[in-house]
Design a binder for this molecule. Structure first.
Ligand code: FES
Length: 189
């Protein structure tokens, strides 16, 4: 039997959701397409737009990206499954990532992650009983001089995060408050 007989190409699962991009989202994707000589280069930003919209990437959203870019589902699925920051499964409403890498691990990230486990009564998958929070360790988030760093819902970062700030983040999320984007603070000269 030839090797390719063993390859199972993924097929999008059926669900009842109507996955579609708005006109604004399509315009944003077109801008990304225009930056590159080849549409395949726009897969990652298009996946990101889909994830921002749906909170994660169900297979219907991956298919939407594939159809929008005129690419095969298998190709886009392959990109989405290669990177851990593309969420292929839904575990909880909010994803909270605590950096325990390099300097964050040395500066309290490990302890903060242990605190989060207890504070939110996380199960072995890192999910709180109310399914509001999925907490996981992160690799370096690129702001090592502000360790430990916490990233909320894939974009909003908090720096020098201690237990007090962590609890505040959780309470804000529980209260439905928008977590604003804060960029990496510049080092004081
Ligand atoms: S080690 Fe945590 S941001 Fe780099």
């Amino acid at each position: 039997m030839a090797h390719h007989d063993f390859i199972e190409y993924p097929q999008p699962q059926q669900d009842d959701t109507q996955y579609e991009f708005s006109a604004e989202e399509l315009a944003a994707i077109q801008k990304h397409i225009a930056k590159y000589p080849d549409k395949t280069s726009a897969v990652m930003p298009a996946l990101w737009i889909a994830q921002e919209k749906y909170g994660w990437l169900p297979q219907g959203a991956i298919k939407l990206v594939a159809d929008t870019l005129g690419l095969s589902f298998a190709h886009v699925y392959g990109v989405a499954t290669f990177y851990t920051m593309y969420l292929k499964e839904y575990k909880a409403k909010h994803l909270v990532e605590i950096c325990t890498c390099f300097s964050c691990g040395e500066c309290g990230g490990e302890e903060l992650f242990a605190f989060a486990k207890k504070y939110l009564h996380l199960d072995e998958e890192g999910v709180s009983p109310d399914k509001l929070f999925w907490v996981r360790e992160a690799e370096c988030l690129g702001a090592c001089d502000t360790a430990p760093v916490v990233q909320i819902n894939n974009r909003r970062m908090r720096f020098n995060c201690d237990e007090k700030l962590f609890m505040q983040i959780i309470e804000d999320l529980k209260a439905g408050k928008e977590i604003p984007f804060i960029s990496v603070p510049l080092s004081k000269q």
